[in-house]
Design a protein around this ligand. Structure first.
Ligand code: ATR
Length: 278
């Protein structure tokens, strides 16, 4: 069988082996999918990558904290990976390393296919201006969002990021600012939390007026139940809330299709991993 794996640190609780195992079974692919802990010391990722390739590995998913190193190790990268400054999937083709970043397209597919929310022509608010936002902006723009506002605790970081990515956003109007711009802004149809605030039990300060009627509130984290951000959205009257589990499954499907040339149905993996938000 062909060998694949996910590499990160820590990695023990990754859902990727389960997801890719389901995909492989459903599509009849002869492959294995393992876990690699890249460790905490410098050089750990490079060594693990070299070992895996030397032993015949065909491709890797890459998660924290190695996504930037994964891009740097590649001979060729997609525009999404280059603009994200990070890769979450690698493919080993002869002596070459190819890099992709499917996080943004995974987010778009989850929102539009699984959650049934439109992006085309809509106003989108993205909270946070770190790596997660960087990877999401071009895919959201190319999905047809009319306007994207990046709002961040550090306003200058959001402005700089929006300015950098605006030339790659097609017809989408991409702007950045601080959270203080939100109370005066027109409401948004999709509000995405891409800050790491949930991880510390915090919520970015979003006023109730930021949510349009029927808005979707989306938190990129998963496995945390209703996050402070999603609770705040509900308190503002939002009834459509989602965490990032579907984004995880959809980015995995993109990587699987890229590696194997066959697109897996994601419904079973979604059903297995989705827990009711409460
Ligand atoms: P990631 O790669 O997950 O995006 P990151 O690059 O460290 O991580 O970015 C984290 C983002 O979450 C940043 O936008 C950060 O805001 P600052 O740029 O002002 O630091 C944001 N963030 C982290 N904790 C937050 C909090 N408690 N409230 C609001 N924003 C927070």
């Amino acid at each position: 069988p062909d060998r694949y794996a996910v590499i990160g640190h820590p990695i023990a609780h990754s859902k990727s082996p389960l997801i890719h195992g389901l995909f492989a079974q459903a599509t009849g692919q002869d492959m294995t999918y393992g876990l690699i802990d890249g460790g905490a010391d410098e050089g750990g990722f490079a060594r693990a990558l070299a070992d895996f390739r030397a032993s015949g590995g065909r491709g890797l998913n890459v998660t924290l904290p190695f996504k930037v190193q994964a891009l740097a190790a590649a001979d060729e990268a997609s525009e999404d990976a280059r603009l994200a400054g990070a890769a979450n999937a690698l493919r080993f083709d002869g002596g070459r390393i190819e890099a992709r970043n499917f996080d943004g397209i995974g987010l778009v597919r989850d929102i539009t296919h699984n959650l049934g929310a439109a992006l085309a022509g809509r106003r989108v608010l993205v909270l946070g201006a770190g790596g997660a936002t960087r990877g999401a902006l071009r895919p959201l723009a190319l999905a047809g969002a009319a306007e994207i506002l990046v709002a961040n605790r550090t306003a200058d970081k959001a402005r700089a990021l929006a300015e950098e990515l605006a030339p790659h956003a097609g017809a989408c109007v991409l702007r950045g600012g601080g959270f203080d711009a939100l109370p005066g802004a027109a409401p948004f149809d999709v509000v995405i939390n891409a800050t790491s605030a949930s991880l510390s039990g915090d919520a970015p300060p979003v006023p109730a007026s930021a949510f349009a009627p029927g808005a979707l509130a989306y938190d990129m984290v998963y496995g945390k139940g209703l996050t402070p951000f999603l609770r705040a959205a509900q308190a503002a009257g939002v009834t459509r809330v989602a965490d990032g589990v579907g984004m995880l499954v959809e980015q995995a499907a993109e990587a699987f299709a890229w590696w194997r040339g066959v697109r897996p149905d994601t419904r079973e993996a979604l059903a297995r991993l989705t827990v009711p938000l409460e």
